[in-house]
Design a protein around this ligand. Sequence first.
Ligand code: GLC
Length: 610
Amino acid sequence: MATETCPEDHQKDWREPVTDAERSIGRLVAEMTVAEKIGQMTQVSNESIAPAEVADYFIGSVLSGGNGNPTPNTPSAWVNMVSTLAEPATETRLGIPLLYGVDAVHGHSNVGGATIFPHNIGLGAARDEGLTERIGQATAAEMLATGIQWAFAPTVAVPQDIRWGRTYEGYGNDPALVSALGAALIRGLQSTDNGRRAVLACAKHFVGDGATLWGTVTPPDGVDWWDAWGDGWQIDQGDARISEEELRSLHLLPYIAAIEAGVMTVMASYNSWNGDKVHGHHGLLTGVLKQELGFGGFVVSDWMGIDQIDSSYETSVVTAINAGVDMVMVPENYRRFIEVMIGATSTGLIPMHRIDDAVSRILAAKSSVGLFGPQPEPPPLATIGSPEHRALAAEAVRRSAVLLKNDRALPIPSGIATIDVAGQAADNIGLQCGGWTVGWQGGSGPITAGNTLLDGLHASTVGNVEYDPTGRFSNRGRADLGIVCIAESPYAEGPGDCAAPGASNEDRAVFARMRKRCDKLILVIYSGRPLVIPDLIEQADAVVAAWLPGSEGAALAGLLAGVHPFTGRTSQPWPGSLADLGDAGATPLFATGDGLDLTAAHSADPLETR
Ligand code: GLC
């Protein structure tokens, strides 16, 4: 479709019956001043605004970005931070409630002590809609306990190149799987079953974020934050140079399922499509999403996403709003944004009916989750990280791990004398959680509550477990059985773009030490994507892809001990060489859908069958 410029937006066809909610929203919009309307379209970072200014500028939404945590990062501090920013909104002339948003992308993952579920690449390997929906419900409950009612999830990207730093945020490279699991999470988040309070979901990033080509990223001029990270971005926010047919068949499908599941917000994507920034693409945001697919919710921009449209900020604002962006995640210099919006509406560059359409959509979404009217008691703080939620997360860990190879090594034989465990990742919550955990880029070590693979092995009855992260075990001889756990260092977005996803030198050295001294060696991998490590896979007797399992890593021990069966299947092709990367026609070492059951006595070595 062409990128039409006429700002005709998707006005509700008022010949259709007007519901009471629409009537009351219509009346409310008619009451609002231009400043109040523009305020509703403004989303500000919690780190960039004082509570009083939320009222002064009639701000419609505040978010906590990846690092937008209170200090200390505790559930009660979150409750206090959110309520302090939300209360002034109710004291304005019209008292339109504030909508607070957060990246609850694998549980309420910014919050210290929250349950951290496996990242989406693992849930894609679990392939279980019911499990994913229950995770959405649990996530919503933990969010509501902190007073937050908007999750910037699910990511419904369909990653096509695993060098992308956001591969793990996608459920997999199959649009049908992504559609099913994205819809399931939306149902879970927005569920009102059993008296639940709904949380707004957000399907992101519309559209084509998983289709970008390596090397097509152009740092946006005039955007200073890029310099700090510029060496990272190689494919994230790049250009999706694909046909309309491929865009529709691979990357648009999950949004059709998301809309059918009732999603009320969609986040625009940083990427371009054949050179045109999606944030300014009327044909996609209005023509396809709102008019063709009938999306009745609102479109929120990404973080400074509109700034990349043009070197003139005013042009960027006018282009984005007229293209169909309804709320702008400014999120810092909101005074400038509001000033430009007031100017553009007074000159008619942005027609008032576009403003009214955007505000109506935003108010309808707020109303759909009960933000107007008396607010029920929130769930108790004990909901956050509750045993029930951690048990659900442990179930998800077991369902997501994939047994790639097993040459008479698993299950761990009963009665074995000692099991030597090595690799810092075997006892490191941060490495098993990955990015978007407590901090934007995640971290290493005990960054939040949880348990590790080592904890699980110690708690199991498999035998005497010895741990040396270096794998030297200098005071011991050979071992019957060894387990090495390797991990990618945590990352999020462009900083995670990687030309050669593989094992670190440190992890390789640990593996080599253990290979020499163990009769049987099991390799456990924590990663946001398949890693190109054919040599380690060949040398190991068994290989388990655990992806980024989250806070309940101990659950993996039950799989290794044969207490629970392996049922996971890869949701991305696993390359056998660097030459395979970015080559859709290459024959992978393991294909999407591969995975062994525990009962497999041993597998034909995949390297021998290439
Ligand atoms: C980020 C991400 C988006 C996230 C938003 C708010 O840049 O692209 O997925 O929801 O900013 O943190």
